[in-house]
Design a protein around this ligand. Structure first.
Ligand SMILES: CC(C)C[C@H](NC(=O)C[C@H](N)C(=O)O)C(=O)O
Length: 308
């Protein structure tokens, strides 16, 4: 099987010119890191975890360091991961003061009998697993302090369609053995209530992976994604015989018409086809397969280069 990895950097409404190149490079590096693991014979789960952890560490993206702030100015993060081989899954929500929520989600998947831990329970589990806590300031960027101030002053109320330039992150992969996996991680939405949990940690909304179908990771308006179970809904259409593009158009179209909800998805099929689709203005993405790297941010803009 020829391995494939696809990575996304959120469903932004607009990415300012000065940030675009920086975001593009981040997404490409994440895809390359994941692809290298796959080419060395590593698993799909390893590849998506590495790609997403890389973007969590990257301050331009809304996950890990660089997460958006809640109404109190704090970072609360959600993440999930799933192995398509046996449908094992791990998720954490509302976690604070750790660098890589996706790694904690993987520990939930592999070291507990559960698939979802939240808030204080997740923190206790992290401590037991030896995951270091970090001062909350290490996750907070100047840009996000300004962004929260702006959101509070200009709107007062949550208005997601106006939120710009965020950058939830996700990855899907197919490895040499035919296993698929997904990982998704986010700081959520700016000025959210304390304890608000979005779609990202919810299996079937923030992503899904099943070796008999494929894998998907989503981004966008979490409340809308949750209501339509965007990830599983899209794979359902694939199961019914639709192409990845058709399936993504159908589920994103359904979410838009029912709820006016915008978002984006990245997909890989069990056969190694891949697709990226979004209804937000743009979505930074990159896909690596057969030694080629495809990437883009805006609609109808794809660059293809050779991988190193
Ligand atoms: C405006 C939206 C499309 C931006 C997008 N947000 C998310 O994906 C948030 C995540 N699904 C949640 O609800 O917690 C982003 O961060 O790029």
């Amino acid at each position: 099987m020829n391995p494939v990895i696809v990575v996304h950097g959120g469903g932004a409404s607009n990415i300012s010119k000065d940030r675009k190149e920086w975001v593009r490079q981040g997404i490409i590096k994440a895809a390359e890191a994941g692809y290298k693991i796959l080419m060395d014979g590593g698993s799909a789960v390893d590849a998506v975890e590495v790609a997403v952890a890389f973007l969590e560490d990257h301050p331009e993206f809304n996950a890990g360091c660089g997460s958006v702030l809640n109404v109190n100015g704090d970072v609360e993060m959600d993440a999930s991961i799933m192995n398509g081989q046996d449908l094992s899954a791990g998720a954490v929500s509302a976690v604070r003061c750790i660098a890589n929520p996706i790694k904690l989600a993987r520990l939930v998947m592999e070291k507990t009998a559960h698939c979802f831990l939240t808030d204080q329970g997740a923190a206790k589990f992290a401590a037991v697993m030896g995951v270091p806590t970090i001062p909350k300031e290490q996750l907070v960027t100047e840009r996000n302090i300004k962004r929260l101030e702006k959101e509070k002053h200009e709107k007062g109320a949550l208005k997601l369609d106006c939120q710009q330039d965020l950058g939830t992150v996700g990855a899907v992969a197919l490895d040499c053995k035919g296993n698929v996996a997904y990982a998704t991680s986010t700081g959520g939405i700016v000025n959210k209530m304390v304890g608000r949990v979005g779609d990202t940690p919810c299996i079937g909304s923030g992503g899904y992976a099943d070796n008999d179908i494929g894998a998907i990771s989503t981004t966008g308006h979490g409340e809308s994604i949750l209501k339509v179970n965007l990830a599983r809904l899209t794979l359902f259409h694939v199961e019914q015989g639709k192409t990845l593009e058709e399936a993504a158009n159908m589920s994103l179209g359904y979410m838009k018409s029912k709820l006016k909800g915008l978002g984006g998805v990245i997909l890989v099929s069990k056969a190694g086809d891949w697709a990226v689709k979004w209804t937000s203005t743009s979505m930074p993405w990159a896909a690596a397969k057969n030694g080629k790297l495809h990437s883009g941010i805006d609609l109808n803009e794809t660059t293809i280069t050779d991988l190193p």
